[in-house]
Design a protein around this ligand. Structure first.
Ligand code: DHE
Length: 559
């Protein structure tokens, strides 16, 4: 291995870095001090505390925050956890709750759960900062632009490639959607959260949960990482510049910790500018950890929509002059999470999940268009756009906290009476859903429920015929895709997660994710017209697949 690459991998070894940070908070940490511990709480050996800190980072921090102040998940500072006590905490972690907390008894051992119950009653440690100097030191340009291929060196139909997160092996598989063969697997950060595609369709940008950011060039014979950097200790979102004249020029990466976003060179990942998101919330109170949730790139202007979870504020960032950066700050509601464009790509709809609302920002006017009340904890992924037989253009989301799919009108010009209202709520087969999906060429609307504690529900998907949604009592079909994958008995629940269409819009792919890297997983390819299983992609290299991102659809924001 080249020395440079090894250094990056060492820097990017996030769980270890974080567990060390938890074991002995670094002196340079600048966030406010941890809250005080109750007088006599549980204790752990240094080794068990470091292990619990690592598990907390890997499994819990995303919902509850590094500082445990709460967001999608509850506040877990000692003042609250001590009141719940060890045995109640262990039960909640083992079996989950109806409020959307998943069960962990299939992933964590009894000892790990007991140690976590103790850990949560101890004060939260503050991880170190990660500034421009650290970013620059972590940046490795493996192949300068001038030394890269000048044309596509493979025969793969790149538009139909799927970038698939192999969550627990810290890899991304590039699967040829035409042949269903694995084209290549690249080593990335831990648990890549999302992949996004550059405006040109050549590069796949992947961001690890550990903040390691890799740029994959698909013009080589095999997919190749050409640049790497580390954006922070915890991250979930990335996008590129898509406006005419800025294609592939910039990339933007948001971090959970430290709370900030960075603008990078789009072809080399050289860090160019860093902006902190610490500040006051929509309630006017200071928050030390306003994490960057979803980011999306406008196709109509040089602008990113950057959603700040804890403040409930949406930043419209104009990247046309990054030295004199203009940010419009739109107040919405807490806690902002995931979202997507409406079909016209003028309005961005984002879940304010703890407020049970979807915020709609009008990017043409640079204003909040609406806050739409929905069922409990909307979780759309990027949502699903279609033409409703009764209500015209709509966007849909499913919910973590309710077994329904909410359908929202999105056409204020021609259908103003339906715009920014939940015009219909239809049943999902279960709560604890994460993603809905459709495609402009499809008549189907799909929803999963992967975090449902009932294995039968977690392994199934609901599908509606869009034309049927105009009828008073539309009837869905529920498909047990975990059964179709035929993986046999596994310790981990076989969770069917994240539908993604192929380029043509005639197949939809779902992951069957056991959450356990020693157990088999699969991808089930469903024929969209007949709703029958067409292929089951099984391969020992397909370790814990979760998100899948079709190049063509992701590049053009088709969903
Ligand atoms: Fe995600 C999107 C955050 C747990 C799979 N997830 C997102 C986005 C955010 C986010 C902010 C939007 C990114 C964007 O569009 O720019 N996810 C979080 C969390 O904080 C949370 C709740 C807890 C955590 O610890 O990370 C979380 N997410 C999960 C999972 O457990 C999932 C199911 C499996 C995994 O790989 O970790 C998961 N999240 C995904 C996927 C997307 C996503 C597949 C992209 C959806 C899309 O179609 O764009």
């Amino acid at each position: 291995m080249q020395k440079g690459i090894r250094n990056v991998l060492m820097l990017a070894s996030l769980p270890l870095a974080i567990s060390l940070a938890f074991a002995a908070p670094a002196e340079k940490a600048a966030a406010p001090a941890a809250s005080a511990a109750p007088a006599a709480g549980p204790t752990l050996s240094a080794e068990d505390k470091a292990a619990a800190g690592k598990t907390y980072f890997e499994r819990c921090a995303g919902c509850h925050g590094m500082l445990r102040k709460g967001a999608t998940g509850k506040n877990l500072e000692p003042a609250n956890t001590a009141k719940l006590g060890t045995s109640r905490l262990e039960k909640i972690m083992s079996y989950g709750t109806e409020g959307g907390m998943p069960n962990f008894d299939d992933i964590l051992s009894k000892k790990e759960i007991a140690n976590m119950a103790a850990y949560l009653q101890m004060p939260a440690d503050v991880p170190p900062e990660w500034g421009m100097k650290d970013m620059k030191a972590s940046w490795k340009l493996h192949v300068p632009v001038a030394q890269r291929p000048t044309k596509q060196m493979n025969n793969v139909n790149l538009k139909n490639v799927f970038a698939v997160t192999l969550r627990d092996s810290g890899e991304v598989a590039l699967i040829d959607g035409d042949t269903k063969q694995i084209w290549g697997i690249v080593k990335t950060g831990y648990a890549v959260h999302i992949s996004r595609v550059s405006a040109s369709g050549r590069y796949v940008h992947v961001i690890g949960r550990d903040g390691r950011y890799d740029l994959i060039d698909m013009w080589y014979e095999k997919p190749t990482i050409v640049a790497t950097m580390k954006a922070g200790y915890e991250a979930r979102s990335v996008d590129t510049s898509k406006y005419k004249g800025f294609e592939d020029k910039y990339a933007v990466v948001g971090s959970y910790w430290p709370p900030q976003y960075a603008i990078l060179d789009g072809e080399t990942l050289e860090p160019l500018k860093l902006i902190s998101t610490r500040g006051v919330t929509v309630d006017g109170e200071y928050h030390p950890e306003p994490r960057v949730a979803s980011i999306v790139s406008s196709h109509d202007k040089p602008e990113w929509v950057i959603n700040i979870k804890e403040t409930g504020m949406i930043k419209l960032v104009d990247y046309s002059d990054i030295n004199n950066l203009k940010e419009v700050t739109v107040n919405s509601a807490k806690f902002l999470h995931d979202g997507g464009w409406d079909a016209s790509k003028r309005y961005f709809l984002v879940a304010a999940n703890a407020s049970n609302k979807v915020a709609v920002v009008d990017t043409k006017e640079g204003k909040l268009a609406a806050l739409v009340d929905t069922a409990k904890i909307p979780h759309p992924g990027r949502g699903a756009n279609f033409n409703h037989p009764k209500y015209g253009p709509v966007w849909a989301t499913s919910h973590l906290g309710a077994d329904v799919i909410s359908i929202i009108g999105t056409d204020p010009a021609k259908n103003p009476q339906h715009a920014w209202k939940v015009v219909q709520e239809v049943k999902n087969h279960g709560a604890n859903s994460l993603f809905v999906k459709t495609h402009p060429k499809s008549k189907n609307l799909w929803a999963d429920a992967p975090l449902n504690p009932d294995p039968k529900l977690a392994g199934s998907v609901t599908v509606y015929n869009i034309d049927d949604l105009g009828n008073p009592d539309p009837k869905p079909q529920v498909l047990d895709l975990a059964a179709a994958a035929n993986l046999g008995k596994t310790k981990g629940i076989q969770r069917v997660v994240h539908g993604e269409y192929n380029e043509k819009g005639d197949e939809v792919w779902f992951s069957v994710w056991t959450g356990n890297k020693t157990e088999p997983s699969a991808i089930v390819v469903v024929d969209d017209k007949t709703r029958t299983v067409k292929n089951v992609i099984k391969d020992p290299r397909l370790v814990t697949p979760t998100g899948k991102f079709n190049v063509y659809n992701t590049q053009r924001d088709i969903y």
